[in-house]
Design a protein around this ligand. Structure first.
Ligand code: COA
Length: 223
């Protein structure tokens, strides 16, 4: 991160979200080669043919762009294009990524996420989605939404556990390897979103008291 980039961190007892650093480029490059991450997060052409996985140098360029977006956020308060690395809070191990794809003129935010293959199944994506949603609402988002390819059941489960409401399916909205695919729309509104707001917490898995419940730790904006 350039010295004048803001350093925003949020955490909840399970995960910490912090801006990407150039030292993370190897992890990003390796994870980006995972077939599911290429399928659901990678860029592709108009026919849905995926771009080659990024090299470590490519990943450094992506991280540099994130840093520029963080600087723009510091100047404007609009977090379009900012991204967090997701870390296991206890070990500090890098496990994934979540980032704000867009923040519209109407204060509607969209975000996405991925978890490295060997770190899946432990709740990191759900907790990161809850933390990021709370951060966006605290910034004044009027609506936060996710778009998920209909066959991506793991991501649909994350959206539901994180308290997002299914709003419908956009038929033929996506394309992959020459085939159109349906894309599901999930959203949360600040006044109805309960998962990350309840003081007592709601277990994102089952709606019961959580083992490690998310708690408000506040966003820290330094530098
Ligand atoms: C989609 C994706 C992020 C989901 O990751 P995941 O590891 O399945 O999701 P989570 O991190 O929330 O983990 C959920 C699992 O951890 C369990 N879990 C453990 N502790 C948990 C906690 N505190 N909170 C929630 N779930 C917890 C859940 O019960 C669930 O287990 P199950 O899979 O046996 O049902 C991952 O599959 C991925 O990166 N895919 C490729 C990229 C992608 O699809 N990105 C999304 C594009 S829209």
């Amino acid at each position: 991160m350039p010295a004048d980039s803001p350093v925003v961190t949020v955490s909840d007892g399970l995960v910490t979200l912090r801006p990407w650093s150039r030292e993370d480029a190897g992890f990003m490059a390796e994870a980006s080669a995972d077939p599911a991450i290429r399928r659901y997060n990678g860029s592709h052409d108009r026919l849905g043919r995926p771009a080659p996985p990024p090299s470590t140098t490519d990943a450094e360029t992506v991280i540099d762009q994130f840093a520029l977006n963080w600087r723009a956020f510091a100047a404007t308060g609009v977090p379009s294009g900012v991204a967090f690395a997701i870390l296991d809070e206890r070990s500090g191990e890098l496990v994934g990524c979540c980032g704000v794809d867009d923040w519209s003129k109407e204060d509607v935010a969209q975000f996405g996420y991925w978890i490295a293959p060997n770190a899946r199944g432990r709740g990191y994506a759900t907790q990161a989605a809850i933390l990021l949603t709370r951060w966006l609402f605290d910034l004044g988002a009027a609506r936060v939404f996710l778009t998920i390819v209909a066959e991506n059941e793991e991501s649909v489960a994350v959206a539901r556990r994180a308290g997002f409401v299914y709003e419908g399916t956009m038929r033929g909205h996506g394309v992959w390897q020459g085939q159109r695919c349906d894309v599901m729309l999930f959203a949360a509104l600040p006044l109805e979103w309960a998962v990350g707001r309840l003081d007592g917490g709601t277990d994102a898995r089952q709606g019961r008291s959580p083992v490690r419940r998310p708690h408000r730790s506040g966003a820290r904006l330094d530098g």
